[in-house]
Design a protein. Structure first.
Length: 165
């Protein structure tokens, strides 16, 4: 799991706004919100928030870098991969995006930039990530006892095209 943790974020975020006249409410933030948590936390004045993982679990994603198998200059990409996964740079990316770093050595660097970052994003919490289900391309096979009754990617694409017009 640690090798794919870069960029993993759970999608459900519950935000409790400060008890001010302007905002006295419990707000459910939209999907893809973890990176917004960092923005909200850094707000002036500070906004009290708490990210929660529902008991049913959550979906998540893993931001990835890939290398083209026929790259003209593969060594350049290897240098990029070494750089982006180095503790200092990986910490900067993780803090900026609001994600758990892939390189656990990056937590020490992230702590300098954003105290408590790796705790906030559960970087070392295997139990937490066992309830985060990474996105995949939709397939007809639901992956559970329902069998092959789910919508595959072509059905999703068709529905999107019909909705979008």
């Amino acid at each position: 799991m640690r090798s794919v943790r870069y960029g993993i974020s759970a999608h459900l975020l519950i935000v409790r706004l400060n008890e001010t006249p302007a905002c006295k409410a419990l707000v459910s933030a939209c999907a893809h919100a973890p990176h917004r948590a960092g923005t909200i936390v850094g707000a002036k004045p500070p906004v009290a928030i708490k990210a929660v993982l529902p008991k049913e679990g959550s979906t998540g994603w893993s931001d990835t870098w890939m290398m083209y198998s026929h790259a003209k200059h593969p060594n350049c990409m290897y240098k990029w991969m070494d750089w982006i996964t180095s503790p200092k740079v990986n910490a900067q990316v993780a803090v900026w995006f609001g994600e758990a770093p892939s390189n656990m050595q990056a937590c020490a660097e992230a702590e300098k930039l954003s105290p408590g970052h790796c705790d906030t994003f559960h970087a070392n919490d295997e139990a937490y990530f066992s309830h985060v289900h990474l996105w995949t391309i939709p397939t007809a096979d639901c992956g559970d006892s329902r069998g092959a009754v789910c919508k595959d990617y072509s059905a999703w694409l068709q529905a999107w095209t019909e909705t979008k017009g």
